[in-house]
Design a protein around this ligand. Structure first.
Ligand SMILES: [Zn+2]
Length: 335
């Protein structure tokens, strides 16, 4: 590379132009002469109606080179438009975005250290909207990971899945959002959240009720201290007072454990239940019987039937938002 004497840049535009040249020379296979060719400038217009009913027109004069990098589908379309004398001052190409949305997309394209793209919910949603219409994959990935990093409330994430269900990148948002929402008492879901999840609300309410019913059953059944597992049953037979163990287990469960599962605001999670059982004194239970019971319970990850309830809720909300079902989990290979 020859050493060029470099003049101090005088304006942002100069700096940006210099950046483009640098970029083209170093990394991108772009013809630098063509890069500055005037016939690669294109004029785009957006049109929208403001609150007072007035039509607002905005014009954007752009060089195709950056669009080729970040929005190749649009760049192709505009190249063809230029050939038919569209995309000029007299005959701009009209794109179906608001000024704010398209400006936001251009802000992302022109993201620079000294003028960074603003990672905010509104700008990321605008970027996602424009990028998905223009099939600009980089913009979609950027907006999706940006929105994930903001840790927005679950109701809002579900609303976004509804808005962008045609993008496979947002489908994985459904599961965590539904799991979070069905854990919360319905009274905690605000009116605006209820509006955001409008179509999914009945499923969430129904699942929440089913979970309460399941926890009521578990609290009454007390995970009786008898074991289905044959080996463990044989071990239990070694306990000469096992009938007493079972009675004592049931009584401590009834007095100290069961009602905690019925707490409407915050029922015990399965993990919390295991911890509680571990730390609860069962005075008349043979310690090895208690240890064996805890060992058996800790091999499960949730209350029996809970996983199915949650999966059913996620699947039916995926249907509501037209998210294609994931294929069945691969079966374990037979040994
Ligand atoms: Zn026992």
């Amino acid at each position: 590379m020859a050493d060029h004497p470099k003049l101090a840049p005088r304006s942002t535009e100069d700096i940006e132009n210099q950046m483009l040249v640098d970029k083209a020379e170093c990394k991108i296979s772009v013809n630098v002469v063509d890069f500055y060719h005037n016939n690669r400038m294109v004029v785009i217009e957006t049109q929208e109606i403001n609150e007072t009913g007035k039509v607002i027109y905005s014009r954007f004069k752009l060089h195709l080179s950056l669009l080729e990098l970040h929005a190749p589908v649009l760049a192709n379309f505009l190249t063809q438009a230029l050939e038919s004398v569209e995309g000029t001052e007299e005959n701009p190409v009209i794109l179906p975005f608001t000024t704010r949305e398209f400006t936001c997309f251009l802000d992302w394209i022109h993201d620079r250290e000294w003028r960074p793209f603003k990672i905010m919910e509104e700008s990321l949603v605008d970027l996602l909207r424009v990028s998905s219409t223009l099939k600009a994959d980089d913009g979609i990935s950027y907006a999706v990971s940006g929105l994930e990093s903001l840790r927005l409330p679950s109701a809002r994430m579900l609303q976004l899945v509804g808005d962008f269900h045609h993008l496979p990148e947002v489908h994985c948002w459904v599961g965590p959002a539904v799991k979070d929402l069905i854990q919360r008492p319905l009274g905690e879901i605000t009116n605006s959240e209820a509006q955001q999840i409008a179509a999914a609300y009945p499923t969430i309410a129904r699942t929440r009720e089913n979970i309460q019913r399941l926890l009521t059953q578990v609290s009454q059944r007390s995970f009786a201290l008898k074991l289905a597992d044959k080996d463990q049953q044989e071990e239990a037979d070694l306990c000469l007072t096992h009938k007493e163990c079972q009675k004592a287990w049931k009584s401590v469960w009834r007095e100290n454990i069961g009602y905690l599962l019925l707490d409407f605001q915050k029922p015990l999670t399965y993990r919390e239940l295991l911890e509680l059982l571990q730390n609860t004194d069962f005075p008349k239970v043979n310690p090895s019987c208690k240890a064996r019971m805890l060992n058996w319970l800790s091999r499960k990850t949730d209350y029996p039937g809970m996983k199915e309830l949650v999966e059913e809720a996620v699947a039916s909300i995926e249907d509501i938002y037209h998210v294609p079902r994931r294929g069945p989990a691969p079966e374990n290979p037979k040994v």
